[in-house]
Design a binder for this molecule. Structure first.
Ligand code: SF4
Length: 162
């Protein structure tokens, strides 16, 4: 049975930087949970961050791939450089995904860790651009297919055809 790493905020856990969740109501999530497919994780908490915590973005319009290559930093709204902690968050996610034999991940779009289709540009002005977070980049480089919460239906169809 294929297993799926999932951002814990999508399951209703209030682990986001501002103390909220991003509970997703797609009905298949309950089915997958009952089947034991889901492996919930908040990579940022796994790396030692607290709730609440300052918002953070990947600087200068770059992406998680650039951070992995050492070509970009992740900076909190306060100006603190948290790149190393975000690298640790991505490592924790990969370790868990591999240990739990996850072939897929569903992660929360927009996050500098979990973003899949878009992230923010580092100006803390709400400007999105296409690109992925550092956890998404590391998982995909290691063969785990990552989808955003907007793509749950695609994964449901993929799994039902297997
Ligand atoms: Fe959700 Fe990922 Fe942010 Fe944790 S790091 S709150 S799982 S988007």
């Amino acid at each position: 049975m294929d297993r799926i790493l999932i951002s814990s905020c999508l399951l209703g856990q209030k682990v986001r930087y501002n103390g909220t969740s991003k509970l997703d109501h797609h009905s298949v999530l309950q089915v997958w949970q009952q089947e034991g497919r889901l492996v919930p994780l908040c990579p940022e908490l796994a790396a030692g961050f607290q709730v609440p915590r300052p918002a953070a973005e990947i600087a200068q319009g770059k992406s998680g791939d650039d951070v992995l290559l050492g070509k970009a930093k992740i900076i909190e709204e306060t100006g603190r450089d948290v790149t190393e902690l975000y690298q640790e968050a991505a490592r924790q996610a990969l370790i868990l995904a591999q240990r739990e034999n996850c072939q897929y991940a569903i992660l929360t779009d927009g996050s500098p860790s979990c973003g899949v289709r878009f992230i923010y540009d580092g100006n803390f002005a709400g400007n999105r651009h296409s690109g992925r977070g550092i956890t998404t980049a590391l998982l995909e480089k290691n063969g785990i297919r990552v989808l955003s919460e907007a793509e749950i239906e695609i994964l449901r169809q993929t799994l039902s055809e297997e």
